[in-house]
Design a protein around this ligand. Structure first.
Ligand code: ARG
Ligand code: ZN
Length: 878
């Protein structure tokens, strides 16, 4: 077999032929679904005449092909495993084909497949070619008419994009529905769903007074989990009208929940298909964080109707054009309807922990990659989250108003078109009247930029000089010396020794107490005047750019920022820096075999936080959380897995012991009798309560564990139950943990989304016996390697969240994950290439672990690899 080849952005050519209109007919059957297609095609006006027609197709059995009704002879076309090429076609023609596909055998979950008792599709990015022969690329946009035929009993509901136009009975107990989508769309937005589904229905009146019918389709047992998503959808529709002036364009908007889904959800025109974990929610089964995830994803997919569907991508290199912008839009929405500072803290935590790790690893790539082997591998944190940070910086640089003008311009100018990142940025540049030439480098340059900042105070002149240098470290294919300085906004302020904000004077101009300076060059110096005393700078407020900021803070300065900075985000960030320093100090002691101590400054800050009434409980809860092991690891030159784990535990326990009465009081003060609501006020309360419980349990004291047990038994809502169960299951008190785990598993055996949580709780136990538990649970009847949610809950949670055990020195953690990857490579290449990620992150580990991890990757490499896994493994072992 030939090695998979990379595709390059620089080789882009428009398609030789366009499709104007498509008529599809699906005759559904588990193993032999018949798909007939009629494509109205014409030559692309910018391509020369006489070019062959190239259509993509994978795992299709062609039974008929004709042009203008004239069946083709076998020597008139060429077929291979990926393509159908017809040497000669007219300028304008109708192509008809018929193929047979096998949805029941489709374990890749791309194209048309079976999930539970239903049929559904996933076409982005290249799944449509598993349905019919087609120029399956986003710059080919057509209107679609789709007829779905199925068994009336088994498949009473037949859905596709757009509006239903016709339906009726057919012989042999079959029936059909025809759907028409009037908006031209690329094939990746095609969708079909068929099954025994039930719906909840609601309505939304748009700003111009049109009535839109909203439907959420689920299996009957999930009808009681749809209310929250419906509310979220209506909030999102309203928000997009107000914040971006975007109105919905069809009369019907449908969401379907499916159990087997590779990602979170998909924005198919008028028919969004969701992983059930990203749409179903109710208080008994869903934790607060998942309510918020549902709200965010419902909004995200809805927002795509404009940023993605009405204006789409020319090619897949431009993926961040729709994803980065849409993530930014859903982040802004969630910030507006919840606690804005906490939303920012959460988003930045994900970025700094996971995207920074991607930037530092072997698969680092620019937000707009220059080449790929398998595009599915590029639905990454870099494209999504860093892509969103880029849009956020544009908003910061332009200001809210001009940013909105730029967005309006982009939507109106490119409506109905497939465009590039340049088209978005030039709309912004035009509307904002700013030069964004250098800003474009953010899309091309991989890696996390580092800002090195120094301050120098001249008491006599009352001048404070801030020196800022930026550089971006090397990434694969981009050596450090080729990295160029980036254009970025640095938001900042200055505090005096008492914590008061110092008025900012820059170049003779007053800037209030909070300002933004712009960086373009490798080095800048900012000279603040009229500074009465040596200041403490508060830098990168709100995380105004996705960079690593270095400033030689001492602990007292950080404590000052935690207590007094006017920027909530930076108060949190200063606390994280302080906690990190305290944990690193313990790590050093442990490595030296010395007695570790709890940093008194950290203790002082925690005491202050617990004793000072706070008007933002949600932020307080975040401030009381220590940085995760993954975040700590990302900050180390050389990663000592065990020292990180031990040190973090030590600090948690020491804080719990030193502040026990305060945590106890916090726990009790945040007991609410109100009926559960996923409101941010209540979420903050529960979060505080469970953070407190965590510190109390970390002391190992029996009293604390009984509190957890009591909370578990009270059974008030899944958030409190799960928090308590996790503490019990992760403690050494087997006599409490084991029965609770067992009871929970039996009670929820019927609910797959709760069982996912049950798996994740167990496989993240820090105790060394966990590996047997993982193996045991892989044979549990509720587990299936074919279901991506189960794989993520069991293997993903183990490999990513249970660092001490995944990185066991006997290599058994690595081996287990590699075994799963090898099996998934045959079943579901997309998931295989994602689940392997932790095995590729060996660069800063010790030599022993490096060689064990490499050995597992070598073992995987000896398999006949899918394109997805081939690309990741080659990059990791390069
Ligand atoms: N466009 C979808 C979203 O809203 C993601 C689709 C991802 N598909 C894939 N095969 N990775 O983010
Ligand atoms: Zn998206």
């Amino acid at each position: 077999m030939a090695e998979p080849q990379a595709i390059h952005l620089k080789d882009y050519l428009p398609p030789a032929y366009l499709v104007d209109d498509v008529a599809l007919k699906f005759d559904l059957d588990d193993h032999a679904t018949r798909v007939s297609a009629r494509l109205k095609m014409r030559r692309h006006p910018q391509r020369e005449a006489g070019l062959p027609l190239e259509l993509f197709g994978t795992a299709l059995r062609l039974t008929h092909i004709a042009i203008e009704g004239q069946p083709l002879d076998e020597d008139e076309y060429r077929l291979d495993a990926e393509r159908l090429v017809i040497a000669k076609v007219p300028e304008r023609f109708e192509l008809t084909t018929e193929v047979i596909i096998d949805p029941a055998a489709n374990t890749a979950l791309e194209g048309l497949y079976r999930s539970s008792s239903m049929f559904c599709t996933q076409c982005e990015p290249e799944g449509f070619r598993r349905i019919t022969y087609y120029p399956d690329r986003p710059d080919v946009m057509a209107t679609f008419t789709t007829t779905v035929i199925g068994d009336r009993e088994r498949l009473p509901v037949l859905l596709s994009n757009g509006n239903p136009t016709e339906s009726g009975e057919l012989p042999n107990g079959r029936h059909f529905v025809t759907w028409r989508d009037p908006f031209p769309k690329p094939s990746y937005l095609f969708a079909l769903v068929a099954g025994a589904l039930e719906k909840v229905e609601d309505h939304f009146t748009t700003v111009s007074g049109r009535q839109v019918t909203l439907q959420i389709w689920v299996e009957r047992e999930n009808l009681d989990k749809t209310e929250f998503a419906m509310g979220a959808l209506k909030r999102a529709m309203k928000w997009d009208e107000e914040a971006y002036g975007r109105e919905y364009d069809l009369d019907l908007f449908m969401i379907v929940a499916v159990n087997d889904f590779n990602m979170g959800a998909m924005e198919n025109k008028g028919l969004n298909i969701f992983n059930s974990s990203a749409v179903l929610a109710n208080p008994a089964t869903t934790v607060d964080a998942n309510f918020q995830r549902v709200e965010g994803i419902v909004a995200h997919e809805y927002f795509h109707n404009w940023s993605g569907n009405r204006v789409t991508c020319r090619d897949w290199f431009q993926l961040a054009l729709k994803e980065g912008f849409t993530v930014f839009r859903d982040q802004s929405f969630s910030a507006d309807v919840n606690s804005a500072p906490v939303k920012r803290i959460e988003d930045v935590s994900v970025l700094r922990t996971m995207q920074f790790a991607e930037d530092a690893g072997p698969t680092a790539h620019p937000v707009r990659p220059e080449s790929f082997i398998e595009i599915s591998n590029f639905y990454t944190l870099t494209v999504y989250e860093k892509g969103a940070e880029i849009v956020r910086m544009l908003r910061q640089l332009l200001g809210a108003e001009r940013f909105r003008t730029g967005a309006d311009l982009y939507f109106s100018r490119f409506d109905g078109q497939a465009v590039r990142v340049e088209d978005f940025v030039s709309s912004m540049s035009e509307a904002g009247d700013v030069d964004l030439t250098r800003f474009m480098r953010w899309y091309a340059q991989a890696g996390t930029p580092v800002l090195d900042v120094e301050g120098e105070y001249d008491a006599k002149a009352q001048v404070y000089r801030l020196k800022v240098r930026q550089h971006t470290p090397a990434t694969p294919g981009q050596p450090a010396e080729r990295k160029l300085p980036l254009h970025l906004p640095l938001r900042l302020g200055l505090l005096d020794a008492g914590g008061a904000a110092i008025p900012l004077w820059l170049d003779g101009e007053s800037r209030g107490t909070d300002t933004v300076v712009e960086l373009f060059e490798a080095e800048h110096e900012f000279r603040f005047e009229r500074v009465p005393s040596a200041p403490v700078p508060s830098l990168l407020r709100g995380f105004s750019a996705p960079v690593k900021l270095r400033f030689p803070y001492d602990r007292e300065q950080l404590a000052l920022l935690v207590k007094y900075d006017e920027d909530g985000f930076n108060r949190w960030d200063a606390g994280q820096r302080l906690a990190l320093a305290a944990i690193e100090e313990v790590m050093l002691a442990l490595q030296a075999g010395a007695e570790p101590r709890l940093d008194p400054t950290l203790l002082d800050v925690f005491t202050h936080l617990l004793d000072t009434p706070s008007d933002d409980l949600a932020v307080l809860a975040e401030m009381l959380k220590l940085p995760s092991e993954a975040y700590i690891a990302g900050e180390q030159e050389a990663i000592d897995i065990d020292a990180i784990h031990q040190a973090r535990r030590f600090v948690t326990r020491a804080l719990g012991e030193a502040l026990e009465p305060r945590f106890r009081a916090l726990f009790e003060a945040n007991q609410s009798e109100a009926p559960y609501a996923p409101s941010f006020e209540q979420i903050a309360q529960r979060s505080l309560r469970n953070v407190a419980l965590g510190y109390l349990c970390a002391t190992g004291g029996e009293k604390a564990l009984h509190l957890a047990q009591h909370q578990f038994e009270q059974d008030r809502n899944m958030t409190d139950v799960r928090a308590a169960l996790t503490l019990l299951a992760h403690s050494d008190a087997h006599q409490l943990g084991d029965p609770a785990v067992k009871a929970f598993g039996e009670r929820w055996a019927h609910d797959p989304l709760v069982m996912d949580q049950w798996f994740a709780i167990q496989v993240t136990r820090p105790q060394p016996d966990v590996l047997d538990r993982v193996r045991f649970l892989m044979r549990h009847p509720a587990f299936s390697i074919k279901n991506p949610n189960k794989v993520r809950a069991l293997i993903g949670a183990f490999a990513n969240l249970n660092r001490v055990n995944f990185h066991r020195l006997d290599g058994e953690g690595y081996r287990l994950v590699a075994d799963v990857v090898i099996e998934l490579n045959r079943l579901n290449p997309d998931i295989a290439a994602r689940i392997v990620t932790p095995l590729t992150r060996f660069q800063r580990l010790d030599a022993k672990r490096q060689s064990l991890m490499r050995a597992e990757l070598e073992r995987i490499r000896r398999e006949p690899l899918s394109r997805n896994l081939f690309e990741v493994i080659e990059k990791a072992l390069a």
